[in-house]
Design a binder for this molecule. Structure first.
Ligand SMILES: [Zn+2]
Length: 468
């Protein structure tokens, strides 16, 4: 069935659309510049496929939704006009290195292999697998990840021989060397001097470069480093041949505007590619990473669920989806596996995902309030970003029943559950749901069924198969 240049694929199913099919269609469409949208209707699910340029979608089974405009471009034109042009942005994942430095987290060999496998399959550009000199087990995990993944595997090293040799021996394609450059860390952490730092940085970069391995250099605590000294270090390691310079906001003190200015200046002093590493002490990590990309960085270091030192790093899921959806630029990542990745990392790290966490929290695509749920039932763009749907990240939209529920949600859920309620019955059941939810109790499907039965709601006749 074709409408307004749109292809409508109607899948008749009472269960879920097979996820793999959805992903395959989604991937194919993205490649040919089409957009996939879908809606649910009791006992039927439809997938709409339409060119991005097409302004309309039509559903013949839901007359109220007919010719509904697709307004993502209008919504976001302002954002796009205000940001510098970004065509692509690369993803350097440090879940297995900085993420593992979350207080209390320790990944086993198997944990690391499993997380790396998913990151690799999703198309993550670099996986920082660990700190090879740390232990024999860490060395083996990094080595085996390097040999079993298609992506670039990175190993961390201080600017000391033992670290660098261990990283090189592990067979990684990239060695990430770092040294403190802020006076407070040089003096009170390293007990060294600026001169020694520059010397060690040059020697370390030269050693990595001479082996033909890709070199990334980080001036640790760059955002609290004297700017003239930072420039000296950057020029020295660029001269020594580093491929990448990472600018870390080690203690999370950057603000997006200041970080943008810093990255812009760094770009003027090197031909190396720029990468940024931002921490979330003030909740600005992802915003700062995006500011870095706007200022000319090619890549950001992120961790899944934002785990990492202290308050953690820029979140993988926030960074990727902001680039894809808000900036409408391409990361090349298979975003439909983000929810699965988040769950695996939460499970293996022992760091649970808060319910209100962007993108991966259980409330990220949930609606309870009557006005929001009624809007979303009619058109999910009303109270969701529109440019990001749960399907894009492998999640599901949920209408949660509780104190704030309205009649639209209750009717929808009753019909889904197999009831055929009158308006009066919907109102009666809604009252029961609100009262029950107000006592801070979760309203489950069996609670709803009990309320419906107690209110004498009739069950739907045997479902008819609807023809596509
Ligand atoms: Zn860090």
């Amino acid at each position: 069935m074709v409408n307004h240049g749109m292809v409508l694929l109607c899948i008749r199913t009472l269960g879920d659309i097979p996820c793999r099919l959805l992903r395959a269609i989604s991937r194919t469409l993205t490649n040919v510049n089409h957009e996939l949208r879908w809606c649910q209707y009791p006992f039927q699910r439809h997938i709409y496929i339409l060119p991005r340029a097409c302004g309309w979608i039509q559903c013949r089974h839901l007359p109220t939704l007919a010719l509904r405009p697709l307004r993502a471009v209008e919504f976001f034109q302002g954002t796009l006009d205000s940001t510098d042009e970004i065509e692509t942005a690369r993803v350097f994942d440090t879940t297995l290195r900085d993420g593992e430095q979350s207080p209390g987290t320790s990944f086993s060999y198997d944990d690391k292999r499993e997380i790396a496998r998913i990151l690799d399959e999703m198309g993550t550009h670099v996986i920082e697998a660990g700190f090879p000199v740390n232990s024999e087990a860490e060395f083996e995990a990094v080595r085996d990840i390097a040999s079993s993944t298609d992506t670039t595997t990175c190993g961390l090293a201080r600017v000391v021989d033992g670290d660098i040799e261990a990283a090189l021996d592990s067979g990684v394609e990239m060695v990430h060397v770092f040294v403190s450059t802020s006076d407070v860390q040089i003096e009170d952490s390293m007990h060294s001097s600026r001169e020694d730092v520059v010397e060690q940085a040059i020697t370390a970069v030269e050693r990595v470069v001479e082996t033909g391995t890709t070199c990334m250099f980080s001036p640790m605590d760059a955002t609290r480093t004297d700017e003239a000294f930072l420039t000296t270090v950057i020029e020295a390691v660029s001269e020594a041949g580093t491929d990448w310079i990472n600018i870390p906001d080690t203690c999370g003190v950057a603000t997006p505007r200041r970080f943008y200015d810093l990255i812009e200046k760094v770009c003027q002093h090197t031909d190396a590619r720029i990468d940024v590493h931002t921490h979330d002490d003030f909740g600005l990590a992802t915003a700062n990473a995006l500011a870095g990309i706007e200022a000319g960085a090619d890549q950001a270091q992120v961790s899944v669920n934002s785990i990492g030192e202290r308050a953690g790093n820029a979140a993988y899921e926030e960074y990727v989806m902001a680039i894809e959806s808000v900036y409408q630029a391409d990361t090349g990542i298979d975003t439909t596996r983000i929810t699965e990745l988040s769950q695996v990392v939460a499970d293996r790290s022992g760091v649970p995902v808060p319910s209100n966490k962007p993108i991966v929290g259980s409330n990220a695509f949930s609606h309870e309030s009557g006005i929001h749920a009624a809007g979303v039932i009619e058109n999910s763009d009303t109270f969701e970003p529109g440019v990001m749907t749960p399907e894009m990240v492998g999640a599901r939209r949920r209408l949660v029943l509780g104190k704030h529920t309205g009649t639209h949600s209750v009717r929808e859920r009753l019909v889904e559950t197999g009831f055929d309620p009158t308006e009066t019955e919907v109102r009666a059941v809604t009252r029961r749901v609100k009262d029950y939810g107000a006592e801070k109790r979760r309203v489950t499907v069996s609670d709803l069924e009990r309320f419906a039965e107690e209110e004498g709601v009739a069950e739907l006749p045997e479902k008819e198969e609807v023809r596509a």
